[in-house]
Design a protein around this ligand. Structure first.
Ligand code: GDP
Length: 457
């Protein structure tokens, strides 16, 4: 296909870079980044499976693995060794559960993957949420063992709950690890039964068949995780991709490079020489040196003197990049954590009252009008209050079930109006996934995840 002539954008100024071309160059040299969350019922084998994947990819050294093996054997739980790769503290090892979201990086042929591990225990669901909120794609682990798949799939089990949750947070691509296939003699019949039951449910939850891949595997033996199947029983009927191949084949999320430039400041500090530095992630658009930017919500202008990406000084950077920008012609007090750099021609909005769609987690106390919360957004934690309960929504199709509900109970979806004490820079979810979502916390617990649907004032 012929590419468009680039002369139009060049004509604007000789010193301006052709950002489209620069971005093509960039894509050709760097792997695509993918945030992956692992979900599924407790004991489905999530930690074992991902721990084994990391081990096979050489992310865990032999000595550490050997130590885990010895320790777990001593405690009579030798099969837990791989799970320990993801479990950090000794208390967690004693209890044999993964407590918090452990972040780990690994590489496939075409992707650089950040793994957000999801513990399956009921009371740990809030931790998984944090992972799910920044996930691009998900791996759902189900246990093929007779009776156990059924337990996780029943109401009350977490298989359905987790799948619904990631879908409502915008995840559309799913890899399903049909795990512990060793316990059913690699039975194709069992695999087909699970695939059929799950797919029926996943379709109702809003997943498309073409975006879901089922993989028979064993997190414990490592079969079909990172290399093609070798077990004769499995090979006799399966010739599809391994778990890692499924992850590699996920379509990388489209970084919003053509949208207006937004950089969310995560740190501000004095650099070498004059000016000062802000570090942060470019959430949308692109930026180049020599340009003037607006710092919001303060509204002060600054000159971009230098851009640092990883260890290199670059002339331009794009959505998805973590960068350090040196700013000139501005007071250091104009920028702070949570502030946003943008262009004056396309400034980001500042909001104090918003309408949002929320997913309520497992909470004890129902949410009512006037409920005080902490609005957790990007780097910020702001005092806020739920001003109106507009409607309760159906979990999978989003239709209004009830107008003006008196309260919201656990696991419900709803449309609400929220007032934030201090105005902050924000975007609608439909315009920018990352700048349009937030978490609500109450007395130290995450009680809901939300998407900004409207900025009221
Ligand atoms: P999680 O709660 O989903 O993270 O599950 P774990 O990874 O902690 O695994 C739960 C239990 O299932 C442990 O005893 C594991 O050794 C066992 N397990 C995990 N994967 C497999 C597998 O593929 N085959 C068999 N037979 N057992 C497994």
């Amino acid at each position: 296909t012929p590419s468009l002539p680039k002369s139009a954008s060049k004509a604007k100024g000789l010193d301006k870079l052709d950002m489209e071309m620069e971005y093509e160059k960039r894509k050709a040299t760097k792997k695509q980044m993918l945030n992956l969350v692992v979900i599924g019922h407790v004991d489905a084998g999530k930690s074992t499976l991902m721990g084994h994947v990391l081990y096979k990819l050489g992310q865990v050294n032999q000595r550490t693995m050997h130590k885990y093996e010895q320790e777990s054997r001593k405690q009579g739980k030798s099969s837990f060794a791989f799970a320990w790769v993801l479990d950090e503290t000794p208390e967690e090892r004693q209890r044999g559960v993964t407590m918090d979201v452990a972040q780990t990086q690994f590489e496939t042929d075409t992707k650089s993957v950040t793994l957000l591990d999801a513990p399956g225990h009921k009371d740990f669901i809030p931790n998984m949420i944090t992972g799910a909120a920044s996930a691009d794609v998900a791996v759902l682990v189900v246990c093929a063992t007779r009776g156990e798949f059924e337990t996780g799939f029943e109401s009350g089990g977490q298989t359905r709950e987790h799948a619904l949750l990631v879908r409502s947070l915008g995840v559309s691509q799913l890899g399903v690890a049909v795990n512990k296939m060793d316990t059913v003699g690699w039975s194709q019949e069992r695999f087909d039964e699970i695939t059929r039951k799950l797919m029926q449910f996943l379709k109702q939850a809003g997943f498309k068949e073409k975006d879901v891949s089922f993989v028979p595997c064993s997190g414990l033996s490592g079969e079909n995780l990172v290399a093609a199947a070798t077990d004769p029983l499995l090979c006799s009927w399966y010739g599809g991709p391994s778990m890692l191949q499924v992850i590699d084949r996920f379509a990388a999320p489209q970084r919003p490079v053509d949208k207006p430039f937004r950089l969310v400041v995560s740190d501000v500090y004095k650099g070498m020489g004059s000016g000062f530095c802000v570090s942060g992630r470019i959430e949308a658009g692109s930026v180049q040196t020599g340009e003037k930017v607006l710092v919001m919500p303060t509204g002060d202008m600054a000159l971009v003197k230098a851009i640092q990406l990883q260890d290199d000084l670059v002339t331009c950077a794009f959505a998805g990049d973590h960068v350090i920008v040196t700013l000139f012609n501005i007071e250091m007090t104009s920028a702070a954590i949570g502030h946003v750099l943008c262009y004056a021609a396309q400034p980001i909005r500042v909001a104090s009252v918003i309408q949002a769609r929320i997913v309520v987690f497992n909470i004890d106390m129902p949410i009512t009008r006037g409920f005080p919360v902490v609005f957790h957004y990007q780097m910020l934690n702001e005092t806020a209050v739920i001003r109106k309960l507009i409607s309760q929504l159906h979990k999978s199709n989003g239709e209004v079930i009830k107008k003006r509900p008196r309260c919201l109970t656990k696991q419900s979806n709803a449309l609400i109006e929220l007032a934030i004490e201090r105005p902050i820079c924000m975007e609608l979810y439909k315009d920018n996934r990352d700048l349009g979502r937030f978490m609500l916390r109450y007395s130290g617990h995450t009680i809901a995840a939300g998407l900004v649907t409207e900025i009221i004032s």
